[in-house]
Design a protein around this ligand. Structure first.
Ligand code: CTP
Length: 432
């Protein structure tokens, strides 16, 4: 079984608990999700409240439990739309027969059903009910309907039941449930592709103790590296100075200056299919950094700056066969500036976001966990509304995987990476 923290660390997981005797096991699910590094919020249905007290989940999740759809106080805090927006994925465990029926009908008559309806994130249900209820044609129809809509079914397990019957209908063991739920994040979209991603700020030395830099936190680039690795990509993350943990399965190269980043990127290019420039590379650096610390002798100090290498433009110029993605932070006229960047750097996609007073919704993007992006590529565009950087990163990776197909349809494809000791990934994809 995969270590669930690989996929769940740092994720925002909404756990729905419905009215089933297995509701007591949901406490263990919360505990294991948190152990895997996820942030958990719990929604209980009225039925669940008959089996377990909300305080249990409040204590285990560290957050108040959400229960009411039409409660003014609750809606003023984190209402159903906000909860739906907050989550990176939703797990309903245990999911009762009644809840599956309501979900299949698209009802919104309680908080959990409304949140599921209002959300577009991955949704998994772990049924738990009497074996005959599970085997009934009505439940089977509902499960089929949900499956056709992309809802992931986890379980149920077979064995003796609380009601004395034996058969299929038990909640999966929490350990298995959490591990399988984590695998929802593994898409395989970039299987066998090598990616080079830059992230974070750069530091340009003024003297041995001072530097010019910017406020980039590196969060977007790190989330992209994580999403790309989860999608099966082989990722090299070239990062400026940040205080972030390396995502699981990602090879990280630390650099300081734009020049070092440039050299590290060029060295990492062989075998690469995709380059994403998410770093906030300094455009200028001191032309002659002082060899010794500058003393404050004069009243004014003038620094002469020179241009740094444009890594993104240079990569595309050297390797037109690479699918290259750039970022653009603009205060105004987003589309014009972004499209101009596409042409100027000859790249294949620009992920643009508003910064400054025009972007109050993002709460100032630098260092924030949320953002909104607008993607532009030659002949198309897509809008990714305000969401966590983790979710945006996954959406961006999906768009890149789709655009990559069109890109390769127009030119010969570079070789894929052959996994250690196995068949080529190209072969694996054909089998699927
Ligand atoms: N970039 C780069 N190397 C640089 C500068 C920028 O690779 N020396 C990349 C960034 O990682 C980002 C994109 O280019 O993907 C940003 O483009 P840039 O033209 O630097 O944007 P701004 O500085 O925001 O815009 P402008 O130049 O129009 O002021």
């Amino acid at each position: 079984m995969t270590d669930p923290s690989r996929f769940l660390a740092g994720r925002r997981i909404l756990l729905g608990v419905t009215g089933s005797i297995a509701a007591y096991k949901a406490g263990e699910v919360v505990r294991r999700l948190r152990e895997a590094g996820a942030e958990v919020r719990v929604i209980m249905t009225a039925g669940a409240g008959e089996f377990v007290r909300p305080l249990t989940f409040q204590a285990l999740s560290g957050h108040p439990v959400h229960r009411d759809l039409l409660d003014e106080a609750a809606e003023a805090g984190m209402g159903h739309i906000e909860l739906a927006r907050w989550a990176d994925a939703i797990l309903v465990a245990p999911a009762s027969a009644d809840f599956l029926a309501r979900l299949a009908q698209g009802r919104a008559d309680d908080l959990l059903a409304a949140v599921c309806l209002a959300s577009a994130v991955p949704l998994a249900v772990a049924p738990a009910m009497n074996a005959k209820m599970w085997a009934s044609p009505a439940t089977a129809d509902n499960v089929r309907t949900l499956g056709a809509r992309g809802v992931v079914l986890l379980g149920p397990d077979e064995g003796p039941q609380a009601c004395g019957d034996t058969g299929a209908g038990r909640l999966l063991a929490p350990e298995t449930l959490v591990a399988r739920f984590g695998e929802l994040f593994a898409s395989g979209l970039l299987a066998g592709r090598r990616l080079v991603i830059t992230a974070g700020p750069t530091r340009e030395a003024i003297d041995p103790v001072r530097y010019l830099s910017n406020r980039s936190s590196g969060k977007m680039g790190f989330q992209l590296a994580r999403a790309a690795a989860e999608a099966g990509g082989q990722v090299v993350l070239i990062s400026g100075p940040v205080s972030l943990e390396t995502p699981p399965g990602v090879e990280r190269v630390d650099v300081e200056s734009a020049q070092e980043m440039y050299e590290a990127v060029l060295a990492a290019l062989p075998g690469t299919a995709i380059f994403i420039g998410a770093a906030a590379v300094a455009d200028y650096r001191p032309a002659r950094p002082a060899a010794a610390k500058i003393k404050k002798t004069a009243e004014t100090l003038t620094l002469e700056l020179e241009r740094t290498p444009d890594i993104l433009a240079e990569v595309k110029a050297r390797r037109p066969d690479l699918f290259c993605v750039g970022f653009a932070a603009e205060t105004d006229d987003l589309e014009r500036h972004a499209r101009d960047k596409l042409v100027r750097k000859g790249i294949d996609m620009v992920a643009a976001n508003r910064v400054g007073p025009a972007a109050p919704e993002a709460g100032g993007v630098f260092g924030s966990d949320d953002n909104a992006l607008h993607l532009f590529w030659p002949g198309g565009e897509a809008s990714l509304p305000l969401a966590s950087k983790a979710r945006l990163a996954r959406q961006l990776i999906e768009h890149i995987a789709t655009r990559l197909e069109a890109f390769h349809a127009a030119r010969p494809e570079p070789a894929k990476v052959v996994p250690l000791g196995g068949t080529t990934t190209a072969g694996m994809q054909e089998v699927e």
